[in-house]
Write a protein that binds this ligand. Structure first.
Ligand SMILES: *Cc1c(COP(=O)(O)O)cnc(C)c1O
Length: 384
């Protein structure tokens, strides 16, 4: 087959594609093979041996029954998730899927879709606009305040202006790292007539664990809190996400889910990991420690860093972020250029990995000072 005819076929396929998908590119964080990978906010720790043994035992019990479809409604898993979340939640308040990405997609399928809009505040999670596009929901970006924060007044005004069917809030926000105050969530909820989603993928890493929007669920039937096992549970490869919301809203998601969407093996693996939540929380505590170490160390170098409630840190003060990213990569450390001028995102790693990225910054600042804002500029940026 000649390249010519292949290309001809491709363009024919392109012409058959939905109009709103033509010319678009898929999600893709660079996956480079370097020694220290601190670019996708994964949990730096492998699953501990004793936890792996428990997960294997839970999975093992399912194997003989794989001739049967899984529990469509994942009731046992939802019961375990509800008791993990606490706040008086039961299985009826919880829904689970293949990653919180699938949870978000189902919410958009049920409450968004063609002719409807979802409001977001970028820079934030890059998948939100892509999930909106995939479900034919119009994504409206209200942006953020100059320092990338959100105040109740700013959020209220944006909701009133755009009157969306859904609102995406992210707390702690990715890529900035800071959690939202409860009054921001309340302001969005009170101004909106539609569904308000708080994406809490990093909730377990918050400096104040009581800051979760789960506190706001009672009496707010349009509020949804989404969570994931990808980060705190070191379970990104297993694909397990979930939400907490009003039971009636949860019931509506059954209208759009694929039958048997969550495999017996996934459900069992998740239940095994949940049974080991305390062991896994110990690693979260260690990652929080490394995160705080990055914040302190970069601030001591004079670089402005936002407070972080997540397992990553957004660093500023870079005159040429792309060149700094490259200078760090040249030392074998991959971090993330999220496309924000003068800023890069660094995931907290193990103690050794964290040392490696901090050393790489030292070296870059020493050898290439022109890539960083000058000392006087940095001092001004540090002023509150
Ligand atoms: C990592 C992340 C997720 C996780 O998605 P999964 O599909 O559960 O792996 C969700 N939301 C945000 C903001 C994230 O950063």
């Amino acid at each position: 087959m000649s390249t010519e005819s292949t290309r001809g076929r491709e363009s024919e396929i392109e012409s058959l594609l939905r109009d709103d998908l033509r010319g678009q590119s898929p999600y893709g964080a660079p996956q480079l093979d370097v020694p220290v990978q601190l670019n996708t906010n994964e949990n730096a720790y492998a699953i501990p041996e004793d936890v792996a043994a428990v997960v294997a035992e839970f999975i093992g019990r399912e194997l003989r029954g794989l001739n049967r479809y899984p529990d469509r409604d994942a009731v046992a898993l939802r019961t375990d998730l509800a008791s993990y979340l606490g706040h008086g939640l039961t299985a009826d308040h919880v829904w689970a899927a293949n990653g919180s990405n699938e949870i978000l997609q189902q919410l958009l399928q049920a409450f968004g879709g063609p002719g409807r809009t979802v409001l977001g505040f970028m820079p934030s999670y890059s998948m939100h606009p892509l999930l909106a596009r995939g479900t034919g929901t119009a994504f409206v970006d209200a942006g953020r305040e100059a320092d990338y924060t959100l105040s109740p007044a700013y959020v209220r005004e944006a909701v009133v202006e755009h009157d969306p069917d859904l609102v995406f809030l992210v707390s702690p926000n990715n890529p900035t790292g800071t959690a939202l105050d409860a009054d921001v969530i309340d302001a969005a909820y009170e101004a909106a007539r539609g569904i308000v989603i708080v994406d809490e993928a990093y909730a377990e890493f918050a400096r104040d664990p009581r800051s979760t929007a789960l506190n706001r669920l009672e009496g707010r039937r349009r509020l949804v809190v989404t969570r994931t096992m990808s980060k705190a549970f070191a379970f990104a490869g297993a694909r397990v996400g979930y939400l907490a919301a009003d039971p009636e809203l949860v019931e509506k998601l059954l209208l759009v889910r694929l039958p048997y969407h969550l495999s017996s093996i996934t459900q069992a693996a998740a239940r095994g990991a949940l049974a080991c939540a305390p062991q896994l929380q110990a690693e979260v505590d260690e990652l929080k420690h490394q995160r705080d170490r990055i914040v302190k160390n970069l601030r001591a170098k004079g670089l402005p860093v936002a407070d972080s409630d997540a397992n990553f840190v957004l660093v500023g003060g870079l005159r040429d972020a792309a060149a700094v990213w490259r200078a760090i990569l040249d030392q074998g450390v991959l971090i993330r250029d999220v496309g924000l001028p003068g800023r890069l995102r660094i995931t907290a790693g193990t103690e050794e990995e964290t040392t490696a990225v901090l050393d790489a910054f030292d070296t870059a600042m020493e050898q290439r000072p022109e890539l960083f804002d000058s000392a006087t500029e940095l001092q001004q940026e540090q002023q509150p």
